[in-house]
Design a protein. Sequence first.
Length: 295
Amino acid sequence: MSIKHSDVSIQYGYATVALGQIHYAQAGAPDAPPLILMHAAGRSSSCYRHMLPLLAKDFRAIAIDLPGFGYSARMVENPRIDALAQTLTELIDALALHRPHIFGLHTGNKIAAALAANWPERVGDVILAGQTHSLILEMQTRNAALETYCEKYFPKYDHSSDGSHLLKAWNMTQAAVEGFWWPPELLNAQVTRDEDLAQAKVRVIDHLHGWESIVPLYRAIFAFDLPEVVKRIKARTLVLELLTQQEAHYGPQGRLLCDLIPGAEHEQLQNAVGLSMEYRPGEIVEAIRRFLCRV
């Protein structure tokens, strides 16, 4: 399947791995250097829909739906970041890719780090991207920062024999969708823009597809030892830190992460937003291109 975006076609397909099928969107020449992009929890490959046509000039850019999200197979009951990274090795084999570059955002950066650390021979260069909270090294501090984003998804009730907890979970999902349906960009805007409506639609669909996998994936992230893993990365690495006003009190964290990775580089996107991949795709792509295309 192929959908035209500007002058570049985005193609959609499936790759078969042990747990089922992984859905992906790709753009670029088949023989161009491969670049795999992984999204944050609760999202899908759709968050890269604006970046893929821009990346197609230099790469075979492949944005995947992680297990449990988008149109991919369901996630296992108790996922682990290392196991998700292993699934990526299976996807690399299924698509016959030779040492693809890896870009990971938030959750994706944890999987990218595990992939590069545990299967160094399978990857090219690595980009670990995220807002500041996602790059904090100390586990307790990072998890506390992360809770401000995901606490609303965790149930505040016990399982019940009559199944009423299922209705409560469904009600929580409706409340989350309501927030995505009416984001501040729409509620507070003086002018309604097509792109903001399109963004709200994509965000709602992503949540409906992946809501059951959000909490299990966050639990896997809470248990992930980021410093232990990144210090084993041998690949050429860029840490791309998205600096936002609401996280300024943490102070930049990317350089501390770079200190654990020999030769790692650090770049910052100033005054970023959580949806930078969608609202500022050109700047993200230029950062990727500067790093990956440098000889």
